[in-house]
Design a protein around this ligand. Structure first.
Ligand code: NAD
Length: 242
């Protein structure tokens, strides 16, 4: 390890499992102090036990309006700075549109779009004031291709890709890099909500990635020299046939 993030503070939302956890662990391995934000208190307690002073765990339900609004001030109170903000927490709604329930649509759109926008909005003034910062967003391959088995989810990721690209253009002259990673299917708990036939097909063709492969792409983005921005990475299994 090169310890290239020594002295940096990184925040990962939805960091208690899957892609977020892999991202948090890879940044910790490079020396960053990582703040893990998640609603899963049990998983956070186990991570605090495992990683000790290398992490700060913040139990937070980002779908709770007040908790979401308090997030960035709460973190800054503890760490004083935020160098990297990885907005990763997301929900999935797949299958036929006619089967999608109101509550599931609302919660997913709220977390995958509104919460990302609000968290990024809230952390930006701090980064702009310092003239430095990295914002990463976990999007999805579904945000680039109209995947017919998940119209609601795909729409949320198309929206967030637009957000990433427009915010980047707004703040790029102020020392802030904004990038996204768009993975194809990754073995995480989120896949348990995938349509069964789609998941079986992906398993049969070996079209699943490990979360650590996505974390490597994210780490690559934040460890470039500051005059270089890696804008967006699409990372997918070679065998995946859309
Ligand atoms: P995951 O379910 O393993 O992780 C999601 C984490 O977010 C969990 O720890 C969960 O507790 C947390 N979370 C959920 N709702 C929350 C809330 N309201 N407040 C705080 N934390 C909350 O799933 P994952 O696959 O690692 O998903 C992470 C991101 O990756 C999501 O944005 C997802 O859309 C994206 N993604 C996943 C895949 C895939 O195939 N797994 C592919 C492309 C993109």
């Amino acid at each position: 390890m090169t310890q290239s993030l020594m002295g940096k503070v990184a925040v990962v939302t939805g960091g208690a499992s899957g892609i977020g956890l892999a991202s948090a662990e890879s940044m910790m391995a490079e020396g960053a102090l990582v703040v893990i934000v998640d609603r899963d208190e049990t998983a956070l307690a186990a991570l605090q036990e495992t990683y000790g002073d290398a992490v700060i765990t913040l139990p937070t339900d980002l779908l709770d309006t007040e908790s979401c609004a308090a997030l960035i001030p709460r973190i800054l109170e503890k760490t004083k700075v935020i160098d990297i903000f990885h907005s990763n927490a997301g929900l999935y709604v797949g299958g036929d549109l006619v089967d999608a329930e109101n509550d599931a649509i609302d919660r997913m759109l709220n977390l995958n779009i509104n919460v990302v926008m609000k968290n990024v909005r809230d952390v930006l003034p701090h980064m702009i004031e310092r003239g430095v910062g990295d914002i990463l967003v976990t999007s999805s391959l579904a945000g680039h291709y109209p995947t017919p088995w998940e119209p609601v989810y795909a729409s949320s990721k198309w929206a967030i890709n637009c957000f990433v690209q427009t915010v980047r253009r707004q703040v790029c002259k102020q020392g802030i890099r904004v990038g996204s990673v768009s993975p194809g299917p990754v073995i995480t708990s989120l896949l348990s909500d995938w349509p069964v036939e789609k998941l079986d097909e992906a398993k049969r063709s070996g079209s699943l990635m490990d979360a650590s492969e996505v974390a490597e792409a994210l780490l690559f983005m934040v460890t470039r020299p500051r005059h270089v921005t890696i804008r967006d990475i699409v990372i997918m299994p070679s065998q995946f046939d859309l």
